[in-house]
Write a new protein. Sequence first.
Length: 383
Amino acid sequence: MPAYDVIVVGLGGMGSATVHQLAARGHRVLGLERFGPGHDRGASHGGSRITRQSYFEGPEYVPLLLRAYELWERLAADSGRDVITLTGGVMVGRPESRTVSGALRSARQWGLEHELLDAAELRRRFPTMAPAPDEVALYEAKAGFVRPERTVLAQLDLAERHGADLRFHEPMESWQPDTGGGVRVRTAAGEHTAGQLVITPGPWAPRLLADLGVPVNIERQVQHWFQPRGGVTPFLADRHPVYIWEPAEGSQMYGFPAIDGLDGGAKIAFFRRGSLTTPEDLDTTVHPDEAAEMARGAGGILPDLPGTWLRGEPCLYSTTPDEHFVISRHPGHDAVTVACGFSGHGFKFVPVVGEIVADLATTGTTGHAIGLFDPARFGKASA
């Protein structure tokens, strides 16, 4: 008999959600992680991630978001940790921009509460913002932010509370199907057996899932914190929303209220303006030209924000060519489930992805609609 029902490799956002779900359902679970709990070497750090429902990336995501919101509330209640805060949010750009038109499409299709603001109303409601005269905003009261590090630790704590065996600093070296069914996973500490294997590798996807047939690029993206001119008071969460802004000329930007105290500044970043890298080759230094470029971008939409640059922090996007996720049973191995390629917009889905992956690993199917995430869209994986 295998030692475990399921082995989960990778305990970042998605992996920690999966071990939590599996353990809570009474399964014997082993979690393997190459670093310590809540590490900063992947995509589950940086203090905050935007959450929203009027999803410009596609209305297909909205049912998953609605379920994710339910699970975020449950996670906060069960863990006693402050993992989600709703501040309201705006999607800003010209009416025809993907950011605005896509968000509006999702809101209308699913009957989500929202408001459309012209430039004058956006400036009146949020005086920190300086839209161009032809820009508009979709305002969503249920938008806000989640806390990635707290989320990972909350899920790991709950998983252990339900009996999960979590091993840190023990990366998977290899795996193979077991002749009697199930899988064998080898680490430096030895060999583990289980009926099922889940791989949630984050930026290690190109190496650990090379046989999946999915092209995943690993991109270095930098998050920046600035101390606004005049202080953070106008940027506090009770008066400033999260935002995604698509200027007519220039890169999409996203940002947050000041959520880290009076001296913590406010966070802003370019969206999808990174460079290709690998986890091993990640440049962890934020260079002066990167800070200057971000200050110019921020100054064009929030003139008081780039007062003083405080710090920057790189993170890693694992991006598929169509920027949609990969969540599936491995097409070449019935005992393996994979979740990867979250393309810089996946963290808000963490608890529902954990639910889906736990479903797939234990029953082979899920009640959630995940056809969009089938790896077969990139061609057949090798068996």
